[in-house]
Design a protein around this ligand. Structure first.
Ligand code: S3P
Length: 436
């Protein structure tokens, strides 16, 4: 099915909004719940396609998952060695997190498995996990470092000490999950601190590990015991509304129950540096994860320089940051963000092309972009099937002079089912066209 968005210009955002559950936490809840002994109850689970792919993959390996409601799951864990060989290849759709984390978890199994994905996922680099897993003793075949991945049975893995060249929670989590199946200790060092949901959640399941920013290590063979997980609202989904409101004077939104894990809150820092009016209220905890309500009031934003130190903590938010930069006064320069080129699309190129289509002076660089704030014109944007690109350009209409049409938006459902409906309720003049 094809899905396109059409957004009439103008409007403001207002109201109290609850965006769906955190994607990273939802994936991990299913994975760790499946490997645990006993029941794990998950509430606030994200029913986006990416997390459903993870859920189906574990069901295909014999894990029973009861849905009390679509976002309330009871996972009947099978223990570290209880997964069964899947009868067919596991299709992980658009989801890089599913593929990289599951590659680690499956690398130590005594059965063979194959991981496949859609065209976008099949273009993304998997060598970054295959290579360290092979050093641990895994046997993995790929298409020159890309999916499909064929993971062959092994008798066991060996712990390693790995210096990751990139700050990536997917690489770190992949190796920690493989490390559960390894003899000895598995250690991961990274150049900047990536999100630490795996470390927090492993502890909640009773695993002992050492973790500090940029470092995580665990001893193999530890057992997980079932627990309760309450998934916070996803700050990466809230970010579209936060930035949309921040850049539109007269807007006033409160995003409720948002996960504010410090490894994820770069967007708050970036928007504040741009002059946004943001307050965090009602801070509390959902299990191992800090949560707050985030109130954002509109203002005239200013251009800003964003360097490598802020990249990891806002890695998924650059599409909407580039849109906020276009609506700001002055120049924004982003550097140290070359990882954006290997996301669901090349987010430096797709965003630069889209902004230029709307009449903005933007220059793509190998590791980021320069954006001159200006007046957004009407235009038709190709999202290249990238959910976050589509949602970001939808918010651009708040600042545009004419209608913005966005093509290839079906993948918005991978992370944010109900995006358009919530956006309309908040004040965006969006309509959704569906075809076959
Ligand atoms: C994720 C890690 C990040 C992020 C992705 C989710 C995770 O990817 O972009 O959306 O859940 O671990 P990288 O590890 O490739 O930076």
């Amino acid at each position: 099915m094809t899905v396109n968005f059409q957004i009439e210009p103008g409007g403001r955002l207002s109201g109290a909004l609850r965006v769906p559950g955190d994607k990273s936490v939802s994936h991990r809840a299913v994975m760790l719940g499946a490997l645990a002994e006993g029941r794990t109850e998950v509430t606030g689970f994200l029913t986006g396609e990416d997390c459903l792919c993870t859920m189906r993959a574990f069901q295909a390996m014999g894990v029973r998952i009861e849905a009390v409601s679509p976002s309330h799951l009871i996972i009947h864990g099978v223990g570290l060695h209880g997964l069964q060989a899947p009868a067919h290849a596991l299709d992980l759709g658009n989801s890089g997190t599913s593929m990289r984390l599951m590659a680690g978890l499956l690398a130590g199994q005594r059965f063979e498995s194959t991981l496949t994905g859609d065209a976008s996922l099949s273009r993304r680099p998997m060598g970054r996990v295959i290579e360290p897993l092979q050093r641990m003793g895994a046997r993995i075949e790929s298409q020159e470092g890309r999916a499909p991945l064929r993971i062959l049975p092994v008798d066991g893995l060996q712990g390693i000490r790995f210096e990751s060249p990139v700050a990536s929670a997917q690489i770190k989590s992949c190796l920690l999950l493989a490390g559960l199946y390894a003899q000895g200790r598995t250690e991961v060092h990274e150049p900047e601190a990536s999100r630490d949901h795996t470390e927090r959640m492993l502890r909640a399941f009773g695993v002992t590990l050492e973790a500090r920013p940029g470092y995580a290590a665990l001893q193999g063979g530890q057992r997980l015991s079932g627990t309760r997980i309450e998934v916070p609202a996803d700050i990466s989904s809230a970010a579209f509304y936060m930035a949309g409101a921040a850049m539109t004077p007269g807007s006033d939104v409160t995003l409720t129950d948002v996960g504010v894990n410090p490894t994820r809150t770069g967007i708050i820092e970036v928007l504040r540096r741009m002059g946004a009016d943001i307050t965090l209220v009602n801070p509390r905890e959902f299990g191992a994860e800090p949560v707050a309500d985030i109130r954002v009031r509109g203002a005239q934003l200013q251009g800003v320089e964003i360097g490598r130190d802020l990249v990891a903590a806002s890695i998924d938010e650059f599409p909407i940051i580039f849109v906020a930069a276009a609506a700001a006064r002055g120049t924004t320069v982003v550097s140290g963000a070359e990882e954006l080129r290997v996301k669901e699309s090349d987010r430096i190129q797709t965003m630069c092309d889209g902004l230029r289509t709307l009449g903005i002076d933007a220059e793509a660089r190998p590791d980021g972009m320069r954006v001159e704030g200006g007046t957004l014109q009407s235009g038709t944007i190709d999202s290249h099937g990238d959910h976050r690109v589509a949602m970001s350009f939808a918010m651009a209409a708040l600042h545009a002079q004419g209608t913005i049409s966005i093509l290839d938006c079906a993948n918005v459902d991978t992370s944010f089912p109900g995006f358009a409906e919530l956006a309309r309720q908040a004040g965006l003049r969006i309509t959704v066209g569906r075809g076959v």
